[in-house]
Ligand binder design. Structure first.
Ligand SMILES: [Zn+2]
Ligand SMILES: [Zn+2]
Length: 138
């Protein structure tokens, strides 16, 4: 097995995972679902290279919520941490929440998406990042 480049896990420490290649891209998502899922105004997430994600502990604790559309949201059933999302049609397509990564994820969010749905209670930071009302083009 390849060495872990990044490690991460949930709040209680029951679920642990590894990422074996540099994260591909990162963004802030302001969609309503991410607000609900994480309890925050925006979710910072990064796409993992295909095949570079593996669960190393606590797989039995992981539960998934599969909404009508979009990715299945994986969380720890013991502590509730939002951990990663996975395509329901391609298990190799995984995005991890940056807050679940130990230390520096080696990437910074490059744009903000779904800002049309941004929380009314927190201004979008004036950080110069491109803002997309819906999903980013491409
Ligand atoms: Zn946990
Ligand atoms: Zn979202």
């Amino acid at each position: 097995m390849p060495d872990a480049l990044l490690t991460g896990g949930c709040l209680c420490g029951g679920v642990r995972f590894q990422v074996t290649e540099p994260l591909v891209r990162a963004s802030y998502c302001h969609c309503t679902r991410c607000q609900r899922w994480t309890g925050t105004a925006a979710s910072a997430e990064a796409r993992v290279a295909p095949g570079a994600f593996r669960i190393t502990a606590g797989e039995e604790l992981v539960r998934q919520y599969l909404p009508d559309r979009g990715f299945a949201e994986a969380f720890c059933s013991a502590c509730g941490s939002a951990l990663w999302s996975r395509s329901p049609t391609d298990a190799d397509v995984v995005s991890v929440r940056l807050g679940a990564i130990d230390g520096d994820p080696g990437i910074r969010p490059q744009h903000r998406q779904f800002v049309a749905y941004a929380a009314v209670w927190e201004p979008i930071p004036d950080d110069g990042l491109p803002r997309h009302p819906e999903a980013p083009p491409g």
